[in-house]
Design a protein around this ligand. Structure first.
Ligand code: GP9
Ligand code: MN
Length: 637
């Protein structure tokens, strides 16, 4: 047998490298919609790096086991990242593994994300099994060794060749990583450097950033002011100390109770929408009319999804997106809305029907400073979905707890985190009250509308309960969505637009969440200012007349009733550098110039977006400052 044939047929080094390389190309094609010889070469080098390391191990058995493991881990990682991408639209990093324990609870969601493409990752296994069976049948002996254990000694690279490969592949990977270091857009960077190198770069960044801060804590406020000036954002009142001119509505609801409802997967397009004459959200529609309604607010969550929305609404800090904030930062003394309110004598609580350990909320809630949390055991399981209790049950129990708090003659802050409209939105049949046209029956969009309709109805029970208890006029009620619901995989924007008679955009409409602030002392008003989840705290704090000093609290959002323009950043579901201002959504390419901009009004592409360059530079700097701030917060005692 010639050396070359032996290499091809009898070398696990060759076979494993080839198989992983093919899968890495499958990943590139499905995730980046791109295949290029350069990408293939870069992937090959990063795969060879590990393979040549294994090849240097002198023990045949160990090598064999490691090759098997390498193949298995690479297959699972690429497969998992493909499915992950379909939901999050970003490349999974090793930190997402910290949350794998949550998979059983969301198994229905995961199942609905899988497509036949994933089967391709196991074609090699099927072929190997078939060959093995075929040979076994013919020779009546075990020839599993076909690929991993040749009969006459496996082919092995000479040491010198393995070392040379190791050095060359290492140098190539380092070069590639350095060359792409300036690309803020993670999707582009992952595409440039390949999946394996991307993981290495994230690990490296995490380690390096833990070593020393890029800016000292005390310099952050000045840097923030400079950043705002650089893109002409000004606001009446001041940045944080509330000195100077008093902002509009300051303290108009002072001393009132606060209820904040975070609505699972609730997008803004449902507000005011009718299907066959039926309102999807009658309760929110009429509430929006008598409240501050902000129709131009966008999700800003990162890896921690729902829990990141809870984090950001209560801290006005951007999720770093490198890790769920509840996992990465619950050991900090987080400046927060519960703490600000506690200082004013409020009782604080948060309620959610799932297990509190999901998303590490058992650590997040104390870090945010809530006095009490109510999770699964506090609710009667009416088996609404996989998680357990329904939103109606959430509000039933919540109203009891609120009454207890009100009985103490102290104001209260209660946050509700709803759950009944969780993906894949298939709610019990007897709760599906909409009569949907045939075109929507059995579709995810149809399920979604039914689930949101239920969410809205349940919300009505909370509002009615507050009215019955005489608390309605003494309470500020805030509603917002945690993130999008409709999965791009199941909802073609054109089809959604046609079926609902709206203009549904794959990014603008998808990430657009409602924000409704009912302030009993104020008339209803629609406020067109663009905003994000970071802006919820400053807006509410202004109405409640809360103030703070810079060395205790720095919000990274703005009071939406008191800013003359706004720019908010979004990352994770869109690449870093993406932002919304009052006019456009901008998504970067490798940088600003090759990015894409869409008008928020018309959803059309904006060809000349050069005037927004300072917003791009501002948002990169602003989110960096937010990250530096949260990283340097002191540890909790
Ligand atoms: C579960 C809920 C769902 O407690 O937060 O989380 P999600 O999947 O939306 O992040
Ligand atoms: Mn959620």
């Amino acid at each position: 047998m010639s050396e070359l044939t032996r290499l091809i047929r009898k070398s696990p080094f060759f076979i494993v490298t080839l198989l992983i390389l093919l899968k890495a190309q499958l990943f590139r094609i499905t995730v980046f919609s791109n295949f290029s010889p350069l990408g293939l070469l870069i992937d090959l080098m990063s795969i060879l790096l590990i393979a040549s390391l294994i090849e240097l191990i002198p023990f045949r058995r160990t090598r064999r086991v490691l090759y098997g493991l390498y193949w298995l881990l690479a297959t699972l990682a690429l497969l998992g990242a493909t499915v992950y991408f379909r939901y999050f639209g970003s490349v999974a990093t090793y930190t997402t593994l910290f949350e794998v324990g949550q998979l059983p609870a969301v198994k229905n969601s995961v199942k609905s994300l899988i497509t036949p493409v994933e089967g391709l990752y196991f074609v090699d296994l099927v072929v190997m099994a078939a060959v093995w069976l075929f040979r076994r049948g013919r020779t009546r002996r075990n020839t599993w060794s076909y690929s991993f254990e040749p009969q006459r000694g496996p082919f092995r690279l000479p040491y010198l060749a393995a070392i040379s490969l190791l050095v060359v592949s290492l140098l190539t990977s380092v070069f590639v990583l350095r060359a792409s270091a300036g690309t803020a857009n993670e999707l582009k960077r992952a595409e440039q450097v390949g999946f394996a190198n991307y993981q290495a770069s994230i690990l490296w960044k995490d380690v390096a950033e833990n070593e020393k801060p890029a800016i000292a804590m005390k310099d952050i406020p000045a840097a923030m002011k400079a950043a705002e000036r650089s893109t002409a954002i000004t606001r009446p009142g001041t940045f944080s100390t509330m000195s100077g001119a008093t902002p509009a509505y300051f303290g108009s609801e002072k001393g009132k109770n606060l209820i904040v409802v975070q609505l699972e997967a609730t997008q803004n397009f449902v507000i005011g929408l009718k299907v066959d004459g039926q309102e999807i959200t009658p309760v929110m529609n009429s509430l929006a009319g008598e409240s501050f309604y902000f129709p131009q607010v966008f999700q800003q969550i990162g890896q921690g999804n729902t829990s990141d929305a809870e984090f950001t609404s209560n801290t006005s800090i951007y999720p770093t997106a490198a890790i769920a904030m509840s996992k990465g930062y619950s050991d900090r003394d987080l400046p927060s809305l519960p703490k600000l309110l506690k200082a004013q004598g409020y009782t604080t609580m948060t309620l959610h029907p799932n297990e509190v350990t999901f998303w590490d909320r058992d650590k997040l809630y104390p870090a945010l400073g809530f006095d009490t949390y109510y999770d699964k055991p506090a609710f009667t399981n009416d088996h609404f979905n996989n998680f357990g209790a329904s939103d109606e049950e959430l509000y039933r129990v919540g109203l009891e707890k609120i009454q207890e708090a009100a009985d103490q003659n102290k104001p209260f802050y209660a946050q509700f985190v709803s759950l009944s409209s969780h993906h894949p939105f298939e709610i019990p049949e007897d709760k599906q009250e909409l009569k949907l046209p045939e075109s929507l029956e059995g579709t995810q969009l149809g399920h979604y509308l039914q689930a949101i309709h239920y969410t809205d109805k349940a919300l009505g029970t909370l509002i009615q309960g507050l009215k019955d208890k005489g608390l309605w006029d003494k309470t500020v009620l805030v509603l917002y969505g945690d993130h999008f619901g409709l999965q791009p995989k199941d909802n073609d924007p054109e089809e959604v637009s046609a079926k609902l008679g709206i203009n549904y955009h794959s990014q603008i409409s998808r990430f657009n969440i409602p924000l409704i602030v009912h302030a009993p002392g104020q008339e209803g008003k629609q406020v067109e200012r663009t905003g994000g989840q970071v802006d919820i705290l400053p807006t509410v704090a202004n109405l409640l007349g809360l103030s703070w000093v810079e060395d205790q609290f720095i919000p990274f959002g703005r009071d939406l009733l008191n800013t003359d323009r706004n720019v908010i950043g979004m990352r994770y579901y869109l690449p870093t550098g993406s932002f919304y201002n009052d006019d456009i959504l901008f998504v970067p390419g490798t940088g600003f110039d090759d990015g894409t901009a869409y008008s928020l009004k018309t959803h059309e592409k904006v060809e000349d977006f050069s005037q927004y360059k300072s917003d791009y530079e501002y948002i990169l700097e602003w989110m960096k400052l937010s990250d530096e701030y949260v990283k340097q917060l002191p540890k909790r005692k």
